[in-house]
Design a protein around this ligand. Sequence first.
Ligand code: ATP
Length: 327
Amino acid sequence: MNAGMDIEEVLKLLADGRFHSGEELGDCLGVSRTAVWKQLKKLEPLGLPLHSVKGKGYCLEGGLELLRPETIVSGLNDNARALLLELDVQTIVDSTNVRAAERVARGNAHGYVCSAEQQTAGKGRRGRPWVSPFGKNIYLSAVWGFDGGIAVLEGLSLAVGVAVVRALQAAGLEGLRLKWPNDVLWNGRKLAGILLEMTGDVDGYCQVVVGLGVNVSMPPASGATIDQQWVDVQSIIGDCSRNQLMIHILNHLLPMFKEFQAGGFSALRPEWEQLDAYRNCVVELLTPKAAHCGVALGVNDSGAIRVRVDGHERVFSGGEISLRAAP
Ligand code: ATP
């Protein structure tokens, strides 16, 4: 049994939030009562509130809803299920995007989806970290193959934002907005982040890894390390099943890939613009070379942002640009 497996088995037992005796845990793990403690020590770095009470045993306060691949796959609609190549649910990974890229390197991964309970090196854009504590949020990467090379990336990145908003709306959230290119905001606070990475031919067939992090019930200690305003689903609508949310996400994301393949971003543009958090606001666009201040006018058919700068409309595109509310 490897270390990952041990943790997984212990967690499956403790997930119900009830007390389990050392004996019961030992029996299940096939280890002695004294060795159980060693296994439980491994839960400490995960930040899980584990209690032990003499005579009662061990319990995980509040329980834990682990991701269940069978539940997720069986909850998908026919359309999404037909597009899913494989759902790979991991316990701990460095980054789901990295795992998906490794899968791509082994061959065609079109329709592969990877998810994990925790990321130890979750990624944002340009090497920024994505805070990814254990068992509380969603971290997911999906692979899709496209013709058209790097040019598809920009529109696709915005289209993914639309699909994620649709999924969150299906889960009962309202008032969501998108910040160009694709941050999902609620009341100006970041609820979900998206990171696209591409491998393959820059002009032809490429496989895109679409990474997504959604805050579901962020533990305060982890949230305190995020250096911008954030929010989680739980504080907006209360309890939310991560398995159900995964189903909503895949039900919207996978068919959107197909929709995008057929019609590009232009068909999704009106919906994106409806969700635009900064339309008609004064914004600052930070490019690697300069900062441009102007009024955000929306986006064009390829997903580039339109900004009126000094009375002239300018169009900005590319993965290296960040939008900020004007100071
Ligand atoms: P940009 O507009 O350039 O995309 P961004 O700061 O939103 O800017 P991302 O790469 O999308 O950048 O995301 C990484 C950033 O998101 C981190 O630097 C941090 O500020 C924030 N962040 C990290 N983890 C989380 C999280 N779990 N929830 C919300 N925000 C987070």
